[in-house]
Design a binder for this molecule. Structure first.
Ligand code: SF4
Ligand code: SF4
Ligand code: FES
Length: 231
């Protein structure tokens, strides 16, 4: 099997004789048997830590889950500074969490029903792999866009019945946040956890209106702007 790996400006092709194993195992083989300089990041080897996301043939994948085929082209995820080979700088995760106040601030005591817990279960499963940022066309042109996973995380807390302070979170995502997303959905199929940030951003927009924040997509001066049709 032949695979190509982007290393800086150039691609390097490796021939490996093993098949039906994960890409991470293939890279471990290359590193230990062929080329110790190859650099990539990984941790849990079981789809939990989120540290091994790369792009394979233009699509985000976790190396510890994806099984490569002959001719595959491997690249680092996009929209993040490449440190070396397939390793990227993930410090923006912390930055956007901070910008969006994407954590619990004042949780009320008490029991949560199974139904209430299930409402935030999917979003809670985010493994911070960065795949959604890699796929997001808005983040690609606006590095200040709070982006899919941080917005999903905001929805996780806003939608948590224990959370008492959601107004501040909603205020934090008005600029470079929920209204800047085009709802294109590119962040959805790349998520290894089955999270749909685009859907969560829609929910945040609805919640935003319920809390009285203005909707900048409404053209109050000349009627309603509905996707190119002026009313
Ligand atoms: S739906 Fe929004 S957050 Fe998701 S990829 Fe498109 S622009 Fe980015
Ligand atoms: S929302 Fe999905 S794709 Fe985005 S960082 Fe979390 S797990 Fe990864
Ligand atoms: S090594 Fe942890 S998710 Fe792949």
């Amino acid at each position: 099997m032949e695979i190509s790996i982007l290393r800086g400006e150039e691609s390097q092709v490796y021939n490996v004789e093993i098949e039906n194993i994960t890409l991470l195992s293939v890279l471990n083989h290359i590193k230990t048997k062929i080329d110790p300089s190859l650099t990539y990041s990984h941790g849990c080897r079981s789809g939990v830590c989120g540290s091994c996301a790369v792009r394979v043939n233009g699509r985000e994948q976790l190396m510890c889950e994806y099984k490569p085929s002959d001719g595959d082209v491997i690249e680092p995820i996009r929209n993040a500074r490449v440190i070396r080979d397939l390793v990227v700088d993930t410090s923006s995760i912390e930055y956007f969490n901070l910008r969006a106040s994407a954590w619990s601030e004042g949780s009320r005591e008490g029991c949560v029903s199974e139904e209430e817990a299930s409402r935030i279960e999917t979003q809670t499963d985010c493994i911070l792999c960065g795949s959604c940022y890699s796929a997001c066309p808005v983040y690609a042109v606006n590095p200040e866009f709070i982006g899919p996973f941080a917005l999903t995380r905001v929805w996780r807390y806003v939608n948590d019945v224990r959370e008492e302070k959601s107004d501040g979170k909603m205020a934090a995502v008005q600029t470079n946040g929920i209204w800047d997303c085009t709802l294109c959905g590119a962040c959805v199929p790349v998520c290894p956890q089955g999270i749909a940030p685009a859907q969560d951003i829609r929910m945040l927009r609805t919640k935003s209106g319920m809390l009285g924040f203005p909707d900048p997509t409404m053209n109050f001066g000349g009627g309603f702007d509905l996707g190119g049709w002026d009313f």
